[in-house]
Design a protein. Structure first.
Lengths: 651, 651
């Protein structure tokens, strides 16, 4: 009997190991390969490297840097017509929205128009999305007002505030371009979809509440953004509410919402809702001009300077102490701008089946904001509402942005005096209408249905924004998301595998009811990398599995546990705590005279086990390609050891 | 042809799905089960619940709360003799070490003796380790001096400093017991083995440097712990160095190190190195007494009060502002004490094949420190050096702690006057000798060999401690460790699987050179949960795999890509971004007329796919238990679609 077992052992020891240890690579080459996988997953220079000849390679590199070179050579007249229509439609939305958002950011309204001109041109050259329409964003504007307003209240020091806004835009651009150039695009990925839904919903709520100032015709208001402070500010001055303003605002709001509703029902009439803001502005301005509304409690925009963007290079504040707040604002708003812009760009690209390079988009956004900050623009990104109008209007390429820029430039050069009588309450109504579309209840309901943790992330960031401020909301969202990842790694699931009938396949017994255990063998599946964070958990959990199995065997009167097979197929990685864990399990099982076997370890795991000498301790004999092989071998071994001939337990 | 394919589809649609969707569980029950897996992985009350009858269950619960009840009933005279020997041996080390570490913490030496009495008794009752010897720890002492010394310099306000130390001990205990009671033991797991090696090495280096003060007989010294400040303090006062002190210190250090070396070579003579510190103390004291060394530049301890621990309940400072620094110190030192104590306890438990419940240990440590803080003790834990002596001396149960406590109590009651002439330099030598053993070069070398990231963690925390301070070192270590987990999830490896010859098994082609691709089918293996953090990375990486495969096929002139099989066996979990990714992949492959198939999705993944309606979109027909089935089915389908009869590609 013993001789027989010895023979099996000898044969196994002489044969090549079933699972090979990958050959060692020089440290620097392994590091290089890892860095490439981490930072260049999409191998962006593949297209360049493939071209033959130096000249063509240079051309390919240029095309890589300036995506407009990809579509310009084959640009057709048909595409130009489509882009013209789309660009003009977007411009009719961009002008009133630009002015509104600039007011939201406590900036002069003209800055909002400037911001739809130069950045859009930059994006037309650098951007890789065909659908994104560039412009300022509501959340970013609100953040500017909240964060920079503390350092330099715009009512007291408007010039410093303006300079801070340019500086923050500059830093946002540098941060965005830097992230893209350093291939750190994944930073944005840590803002999950759920976090963005909750965060945007919260910001939209806050923005709407802020608009009560304009809607009620109030002169003084709080700079705080949380719901409590805003409500207190609104209801502490009920005697100052202006009914004229309220009536006009509500009418316009109802008009805007019903056009949106109409356009949603009939997608062919997309232009109705796209042109509605401009129509409201014209209607409001004419009305105020006719009835002299400015004398009846309706505030108007007032004079707007004519002419395109002046330079603002000299306005940048690049020395402390004011620089610090601009830096912080720039980083936070830059990140949010990227997250929204890239998410919007990707979802439209997915619908039209082309690809957007996240890192390239970041560089485009960054340059757009750097150039913008030097030409009197503030933070721009690719807001959803504007881009959706662009897509509905049938845009074909980024040329639609250039068309919009030209239309805005014409407005700046010739039409600004027309906005003198535009009432602020109309702008508030435009913002509220835009923001109500951002609060996405169905998405939140979907999150609740599919994934409760994601719903918590969403709700947490919403409540954080509404009751705290935008930074608190963001921190809550990112915090819960990261905690979830850490918890996943800290508490991996271990499951018992059973043999599927009439096969050598082993599957989770809690998932497949027909799976059956193999007598005397316990197969455990670990579904996460074994790291320091879960090594002691796994030690406790696995020893509990074994104890429970032995209790069960004792109760059922079956034969005792002979072998524990660890299915390592899902263990992607292992660190020194992990190899120590495997060693400890082997040792403690040896003491109980139970054999330890590993099934399907990956190359990473094999390498680490080999280097830490744990592989030799377990011995190649007990390492298998599949769980089936492991169980079969274990059963044979016990049979030989016991000298008993039994029917095969597995097929 | 089309009819044939239709038939296959119909059959598949009628049959039960190959991979079942787990039945939905009520939200609260699912939450409960998840919480249990997360917080009670070891099911601690199993032993209690198993007992029949209320009385026996109460007894089992008592045994669970007070582990001493487990071994006391069966305690034998033989075990008592072993514990007596071990306890007295440890006490001979504990007395000089206690005094030394108290000096290190800038506390009166007598506090060090107090701290080896009461906490050891508490641990004897509450502790579940049979090997741990309780006492103050060097790193904790150093942290007390560094953190509390800033708030209340012990030279200026010794009483406030003392009270702060008791308060910090109290908070450490509350924090430890709280972590245990809330089952948050996994917080400690985030201090990886690598981090602890580097951190302890750094702390030991810093402690040794600090001892230059005692060794050189200096009176004034820096409170900073970084190497630069200490070196400056040492070399700025070379004229004050005392050669008498240096000579005595070096002699004792050589003596201590050579006894340690001797005991390591001959484990039977463990008591030589255990008793060496006491011997040094006696020798040093006698020498100083005889030559009146205190008049020749050798500082001595001076008077020690007789009597056991007085109460210190009234010394606790439980109101701001002083409370805050004590709170912070308590939390950090409590965490480090737990990490070291549990690691030491577990490694000895592993060697003797019994189990330590981490959460129970935390409660024991916590109570030990809470009771200690009320009886004039400062932070205690289970330091390695003392526990190793305990084990070598042959301890059997926690009774050895009680024996040590009694021996220390006898010292306190009758022998304290004998320490009057003990020179401080001897204490410094004792600390240096203990700390040199803590710097673990072989462990660092092993980390470098096995896992470069772990080595970075180790080196980072070492350098952080040595050149910054202990908190910086800790933050670096925890930061790198967490970054590694996040990076693992953010950048999962995707690999192509190939068919192993003569089987239906599919394995990674980069690991098994004999694996072959199936023409027309690309099998991709994803080895991490699909979360928001990696969804867009996976989108890019998978589309690059497909592009590369199509390029390869075009170059090789093979038949075009028909089906992409995603092996989900290692995808343990998925969130809403993940289900969106699967949906997007399916859509974009549909547009390229490539079929999408999923192989071996787990129950968690199936549930999420079902709830998000992605399952219906992919259809049960294209979800398989194994990769082999998926490939076979895909090949059959293409054959029918093309009406071509070819030889089977797979066996």
């Amino acid at each position: 009997m013993v001789a027989g077992m010895q023979q099996v052992v000898d044969v196994a020891a002489e044969a090549a190991p079933r699972v090979p240890v990958p050959p060692g690579r020089p440290f620097l080459r392994a590091l290089g390969a890892n860095l490439k996988e981490t930072f260049f997953p999409d191998d962006p220079f593949r297209a360049v490297a493939r071209e033959p000849g130096r000249g063509r390679r240079a051309l390919a590199a240029l095309r890589y840097l300036f995506p407009c070179l990809e579509w310009l050579p084959s640009y057709t007249f048909g595409a130009l017509r489509s882009d013209l229509i789309a660009g003009i439609t977007v411009a009719s939305l961009a002008v009133p929205q630009g002015i509104s958002y600039a007011k939201l950011a406590d900036l002069p309204p003209i800055i909002g128009l400037y911001s739809s001109f130069v950045p859009a041109l930059v994006y037309a050259v650098m951007g890789s999305s065909r659908d994104l329409a560039v412009g300022s964003m509501a959340v970013g504007s609100l953040l500017f007002a909240a964060m920079l307003g503390k350092e330099a209240p715009p009512a007291e020091s408007p010039e410093l505030y303006l300079h801070l806004a340019f500086t923050a835009t500059f830093f946002a651009g540098v941060f965005q371009a830097g992230l893209g150039a350093l291939r750190l695009g994944f930073v944005v990925d840590f803002l999950s979809h759920a976090a963005i839904v909750g965060f945007m919903g919260g910001a939209a709520t806050v923005v709407c509440l802020q608009q009560l100032k304009g809607l009620l015709g109030l002169q003084h208001f709080t700079t705080a953004t949380d719901v409590v402070a805003v409500m207190r500010a609104v209801f502490s001055q009920t005697q100052l509410w202006r009914w004229q303003s309220v009536v006009l605002g509500c009418c316009i709001l109802v008009f805007l919402l019903s056009t949106r509703f109409f356009s949603k029902r009939r997608p062919n009439f997309f232009w109705v809702s796209a042109a509605a803001p401009l129509a409201s502005v014209i209607f409001g301005s004419v009305l105020v001009y006719l009835i002299h509304g400015q004398n009846h409690g309706i505030q108007v925009i007032g004079n707007l300077k004519m002419g395109i963007n002046p330079s603002s290079v000299n306005s940048l504040i690049l020395s402390p102490p004011h620089m610090m707040v601009a830096l912080k604002t720039g980083i936070i708003t830059g990140l949010i701008g990227l997250a929204e812009g890239i998410a919007v760009g990707r979802s439209f690209a997915m619908a039209k089946n082309y690809h957007i390079d996240g890192n390239k988009e970041m560089i485009a956004f960054g340059l757009m904001n750097i150039v913008g900050s030097c030409t009197s623009c503030y933070l721009t990104a690719g807001p959803f509402s504007r881009s959706a109008v662009n897509v509905n209007a049938g845009c074909k390429t980024a040329m639609s942005n250039a068309v919009m820029a030209v239309a805005v430039a014409i407005t700046l050069l010739f039409l600004t005096p027309l906005f003198h009588y535009t009432p602020l309450v109309v702008l508030s109504a435009i913002i509220i209408a835009a923001m109500l579309g951002v609060i996405d209840f169905p998405a939140a309901a979907r999150l609740w249905n599919v994934d409760k943790v994601d719903f918590c992330v969403c709700l947490g960031s919403y409540l954080g924004v509404v009751f705290g401020n935008i930074e608190i909301g963001l921190s809550i969202a990112v915090g819960i998301s990261i905690l979830r990842i850490l918890l996943f790694v800290a508490r991996p699931r271990t499951t018992v595998l059973g043999n599927m009938p009439n096969s050598t396949i082993y599957r989770r017994m809690d998932q497949y009811t027909m799976a059956r255990t193999v007598p005397g063998v316990l197969v455990l599946h670990i579904d996460a990398p074994i790291y320091f964070a879960n090594a002691s958990y796994l030690r406790e959990r696995i020893s509990r599995w074994i104890d429970e199995e032995e209790d069960r065997i004792k109760a059922a009167g079956e034969e005792s546990l002979q072998c524990v097979v660890l299915d390592m197929g899902a263990v992607a990685s292992i660190d020194t705590s992990g190899t120590k864990l495997i060693e400890d399990i082997k040792k403690s099982l040896d003491r109980r005279s139970i054999q330890t076997a590993l099934a399907n370890p990956g190359s990473e795991v094999m390498k680490k086990l080999d280097k830490s000498k744990v592989l030799g301790f377990i011995s190649d004999e007990w390492i298998f390609q599949t769980v089936g092989e492991a169980c079969e071998y274990a059963l044979q071994n016990f049979k030989i050891a016991k000298g008993v001939e039994r029917a095969d337990h597995i097929v």
